[in-house]
Ligand binder design. Structure first.
Ligand SMILES: O=C(O)CCC(=O)C(=O)O
Ligand SMILES: [Fe+2]
Length: 252
């Protein structure tokens, strides 16, 4: 169990909270401590290594925290839970931990959104992305549509920006400001953390073939109250105690 800090000092102000509500994501540049970045890369390599012997339905990359003790220890890390609760409120459950490792030349990932509690927007599912290697807009970069989370639409799909612009995005405005919704190609320096609602529109640009491997891992937490399609927790892992995560692995 590691209780070393994972984040440098940070503040999440009322203004930041309003931005999160309006935009649907929030970026903390370089928030991960240097030792944490090194440990995460080591752990992701360990997970990928086990991926070669994957059992269908229990793939190491999709159940990353079940295949590496350090990754498991972060589920209940006080700073992780502090950040999750800062946005979701006190009542939370752990949902999943997935390695998002994109070697040089990895193709783009199309536009999409994920489901949670479509019928009750008071319940949220938050993804906490650790972009250990960072990214450039045109090199394994996350792209988003600020305000798209307010539509709470799990069915957003488009192969590329043009298709999204001509399709789902066409004529859409921000429900509060009335401004037209637009695509935003983010940049992140190494060690950045991005928090994003799971139902926001997002996609990933191609990782250039002359680039390095992009290391990223995502932890997800949600307010209990609905089933979750992304809840990747094996029965054995749910039953096994994880320090700091007591009561957090249950569905409700
Ligand atoms: O790899 C990324 O940056 C994001 C991947 C993604 O869309 C997801 O994990 O839902
Ligand atoms: Fe996604």
């Amino acid at each position: 169990m590691s209780m070393e800090p994972i984040f440098d000092e940070y503040a999440f102000t009322e203004d930041d909270r309003r931005e999160m509500d309006r935009v649907g994501h929030f970026l903390f540049p370089g928030l991960l401590t240097e030792p944490t970045r090194d440990r995460l890369i080591e752990s992701m390599r360990h997970v990928i290594d086990q991926g070669k012997r994957a059992v269908k339905g229990h793939e190491p990359q999709r159940f990353s925290a079940e295949f590496d003790d350090y990754l498991e220890s972060l589920i209940g890390h006080p700073q992780m839970l502090g950040l999750a609760r800062c946005i979701l409120g006190n009542e939370i459950r752990y949902d999943h931990c997935v390695s998002l490792v994109r070697p040089a030349g990895t193709p783009a990932m199309g536009w999409h959104s994920h489901e949670y509690s479509e019928d009750d927007p008071k319940l949220g599912l938050l993804r906490i992305f650790f972009y250990v290697s960072g990214f450039e807009p045109d090199d394994g970069g996350l792209k988003v549509v600020p305000g798209s989370h307010l539509y709470r639409d799990k069915g957003i799909r488009a192969g590329d920006d043009e298709e999204l612009l001509a399709g789902w995005l066409s004529g859409k405005t921000h429900p509060d400001t009335g401004d037209p919704l637009a695509i935003s190609h983010l940049s992140a320096i190494p060690g950045s953390v991005i928090v994003m609602w799971t139902h926001a529109a997002h996609g990933v640009s191609v990782r250039r073939s002359d680039s390095s491997t992009r290391y990223c891992i995502v932890y997800a937490y949600r307010n209990p109250g609905r089933p979750s399609e992304a809840r990747w927790i094996s029965d054995a892992f749910e039953a096994q105690p994880t320090i700091g995560a007591e009561g957090l692995k249950a569905l409700y």
